[in-house]
Ligand binder design. Structure first.
Ligand SMILES: NC(=O)c1ccc[n+]([C@@H]2O[C@H](COP(=O)([O-])OP(=O)(O)OC[C@H]3O[C@@H](n4cnc5c(N)ncnc54)[C@H](O)[C@@H]3O)[C@@H](O)[C@H]2O)c1
Length: 458
């Protein structure tokens, strides 16, 4: 490289830095003062009985059952676009929770949930609808005086995320994204091991949602595929980042005292698989064959944290390969990994491994679980193991209800939901700009430094 070219690159990158500083300030909303209070470790007063309403009753049906079967809870309303979904879930509810009475039901018009909020005034609302409805429903729920619990991702755009943060701070209502994977057995154990410093200083994480879901395109009029497939024409990036990233972010204490999300670069592979699937399975004039599948089959992002740690985040719902969330965390003294669950420790572990050149895995994991299983898993597994996704759904719901009953801060705050979900718009922008780094907005306005790490809940 010649001197002048180097100089040019230096000058143009300075220009880029100046431009991006401008956009960081806008993104950070630094010029807009907080209206309300910081919600990082917010707790409401204890609630004796929690009255809940549910919007969206497919995935929502599982939350409904897990909620209604816990003591001192009451289901006050069910809402879905379709009458048969509401009636099906109401019938089930009466079976598994015979104490139930006076549940108000809403279906039909797409705005009936707003009427529901006014008429029922629930303490909490569980939102399990298509992604574009998450933010508007969460914001209106908080404004109506309810805490909002929202399926993943919390929202789709950075503007929506800021609206959620601002509304939560102003109304002093929780808005928690329902990241159930943080309550998986391996994830809880890894959190416990990280907190006990078993793998030393944390350096790098790997997270993914690699799950072949082309079959959802068969749901072309109704159901998940009917709206999720449309996201392949909206954005080229990672549209479902939080399942893999949530646990890794909590291992690293991101947005909680130690470290935070700083920037991200992202690239996508070509977009081929969905088009091939449409050509093979649908008629020429079917809407999937008229749509442009813009989103690359596999997206790879790398996050850089404030402390300089790295997190690889991958997403692929199209290619023929087995499911993985990677779930890897690497430290100066060892590595914890997923799919399959396996652990390598410097100096080895008991009589199983001598050093870090081999994995503790398979049946040998029992000894590791004996030593490091998370106390929460040990306390709740027998109650929750049939609750869905290997028990993680039930532990998550149990903790939500427990925290609300006792007036404790929730395990995931509104800012974490935003940081984890922000990978979607930031990866989209980075891919569009051929891998240019994107700065994470600081949804906490600097307060992450004072927020306590998630403790090991007993
Ligand atoms: N965490 C997990 O393990 C997990 C698993 C599955 C789905 N999800 C998430 O759950 C959400 C729902 O997914 P799904 O597969 O159940 O989708 P779905 O399309 O099958 O169900 C969504 C439901 O919301 C209802 N709905 C949509 N708009 C509405 C409105 N305006 N008013 C009332 N009801 C409305 C629909 O009628 C539908 O029954 C998504 O965000 C998805 O990402 C998470």
């Amino acid at each position: 490289m010649t001197y002048s070219r180097r100089n040019f690159i230096k000058k143009s990158s300075l220009g880029a830095i100046a431009a991006s500083t401008l956009s960081i300030n806008c993104q950070n909303n630094l010029s807009i003062p907080r209206e309300g209070i910081y919600m990082g470790d917010f707790s409401d007063k204890p609630m004796k009985k929690i009255k809940a309403a549910f919007i969206g009753l497919n995935r929502g049906g599982s939350h409904l059952r897990n909620f209604a079967t816990i003591e001192n809870t009451e289901v006050v309303a069910l809402c879905d676009l379709y009458e048969n979904n509401v009636k099906r879930e109401l019938e089930r509810l009466y079976q598994y929770s015979p104490k139930t009475s006076n549940v108000k039901t809403y279906w039909g018009d797409e705005n009936n949930w707003k009427i529901m909020l006014k008429e029922v005034k629930p303490d909490v609302v569980f939102i399990s609808t298509n992604w574009n409805n998450h933010a508007p429903m969460a914001i209106e729920s908080m404004k109506a005086g309810s805490h909002a619990f929202v399926e993943v991702p919390l929202a789709v755009t950075l503007e929506e995320m800021w609206d959620i943060v601002n509304t939560s701070e102003k109304t002093q209502k929780h808005c928690m994204m329902l990241e159930n994977v943080n309550y998986g057995r391996a994830e809880l154990m890894y959190l416990n091991m990280c907190r006990q410093n078993v793998i030393g200083e944390l350096l790098h994480g790997e997270a993914a949602y690699i799950h072949e879901l082309r079959w959802q395109m068969m749901q072309d009029e109704k159901g998940t595929g009917s709206w999720r497939t449309l996201h392949y024409r909206e954005l080229n990036g990672n549209v479902y980042p939080t399942h893999g990233l949530g646990p890794v972010a909590q291992y690293m204490n991101l947005s909680r005292g130690d470290d935070n999300f700083k920037s991200l670069v992202s690239f996508s592979s070509p977009a081929l698989g969905r088009k091939l699937y449409a050509e093979k399975n649908f008629s020429k004039d079917h809407k999937w064959n008229k749509m442009e599948f813009k989103n690359g089959d596999l997206n790879t992002s790398i996050i850089k944290t404030e402390l300089g740690r790295t997190v690889l985040v991958q997403w692929d719902e199209t290619s023929p390969r087995p499911y993985t969330r990677l779930n890897l965390i690497q430290g100066t003294q060892g590595t914890l990994a997923g799919y399959p669950t396996r652990v390598a420790l410097e100096g080895g572990f008991k009589d199983i491994t001598k050093d870090h050149h081999s994995w503790i895995q398979g049946d040998d994991l029992e000894k590791l679980y004996e030593k490091y299983d998370h106390p929460l898993y040990k306390r709740l597994n027998s109650k929750t193991k049939k609750s869905g996704h290997g028990g993680m759904d039930g532990i998550m719901m149990y903790r939500i209800v427990e925290c609300l009953h006792k007036g404790l801060p929730l395990d995931q705050n509104v800012y974490e939901g935003c940081f984890w979900s922000a990978v979607t718009p930031l990866s989209g922008k980075s891919v569009q700009e051929d891998g240019m780094p994107q700065i994470f907005p600081d949804f906490t306005r600097g307060e992450w430094k004072k927020t306590k790490p998630l403790e090991i809940v007993l």
